[in-house]
Design a protein around this ligand. Sequence first.
Ligand code: AMP
Ligand code: ZN
Length: 492
Amino acid sequence: MQLYESQEIKVYNSLTGKKEVFKPINEGHIGMYVCGPTVYSNVHLGNCRTFMSFDMIFRYFRHLGYKVRYVRNITDAGHLVDDAEDGEDKIAKKARLEKLEPMEVVQRYTVDFHNILEKFNFLPPSIEPTATGHIIEQIEIIKDILEKGFAYETNGSVYFDVAKFNQEHEYGKLSGRKLEDMIANTRDLAAQDDKHNPQDFALWKKAEPQHIMRWPSPWGDGFPGWHLECTAMSTKYLGETFDIHGGGMDLKFPHHECEIAQAEACNGKSPVNYWLHANMLTLNGRKMAKSTGNSILPGEIFSGENEILSKPFSPSMVRFFMMQAHYTSILDMSNDALLASEKGFNKLMEAINSLKSLNTGKTTDFDIADWKTSCYAAMNDDFNSPILIAKLFDAVKHINLIKEGSESITLEDKLELENTLHGLVFDVLGLENKSSSDAHTEKLGGVVELLIELRKAARENKDFATSDQIRDQLAALGIQLKDGKEGTTYSL
Ligand code: AMP
Ligand code: ZN
């Protein structure tokens, strides 16, 4: 028997606005599609959070014994600057600015994306298709939508006819918008060039002469619309209707709304049974985004080289920090929040590491079976990782009481506790036990903090020769001290 047979999972479905019992189309199998990154710049921690939420969900399903086909694409064409309907391709723009081939840009940032995800201990998806690898499939879908009368061609571009679609279907049902309101809120109809209506969106765009990312099609040289690629790749690998579609909350409209419209126009049925949306990572209360400069790169957090950080944090610790918030809640990142999280992370790992050498004895009040049930109940309730972590700390408390000698544990319970903790902490949350390099970094951090103290004392004694020597020699070793209002901090 697989573990999933004894567990009932509820998920928050953005399409219905309700928590629903999750039932896959084929028992024991799950098809899940998540919109991947547009590879035109380094991923920031906000992007990582969304992908990490779905990595945790993927991990949990696998842990329960489901066979999961997890498809996460790479957007390497068709995504225009500012998510606009007209203008330059994000990748082509970067290529122009850096004097590179667009595919060099794609390669560079795909490699960066994979490196970062590996540091965070992500499991690779089952399939990672690219938009440019599926131009033929996209053209076929456009032909189908045209044939079914839900699209029209103008001047070498093809647009989805939202008003026509809305006569038989419901455009806006995912994002809770009404087409009439959208129409009422748009003023400048004349400026809408080739489109019949401003709400219509591009399935295929004619490539202007300067547009370098172009492919031949029945409508002339052009490139596919951003929304279409996800419909093409999800249907190709998961079928006309599949179990789960995920992505960041900010993709609900228009991206996911348009995906629904395209698929329904083709197949006459809803493409996805459960829509899951992950919430945003904010920095000092504002959405983390590359475009506004309000972002931290993963590399900066691992080295501490960012002005808001007082020290470096390890990838697994950052992962723990993210897992302490529910994936549908906004999470705000700050140095204080990271420091507080690090204390908890260290405590958890110390407890797990001390389990092996724990003395065994008689039974106590702590009921392992009950505790285990409550851990799974947390995850079954829409993947509630913060509640799970709170439960893990109940076990940590118990372990520490046993260490002190004020409680005891039987051998059988100890093995069960160890197995369960390993499964939940390492397999499901994807945390990693401290590697020897983490342990070294931690020791080094302790030494740097000691030197910071000695330097402070030297300065107080007006011994500037010593304080300068400490700063300069650390700098020569690549360790930067930063003096600020709150004291001295460092990066490695
Ligand atoms: P992009 O590469 O811009 O298409 O974004 C990739 C993914 O990152 C999408 O699912 C976005 O929803 C998500 N994302 C972007 N900014 C944030 C943020 N601040 N917090 C969480 N997810 C984000
Ligand atoms: Zn998508």
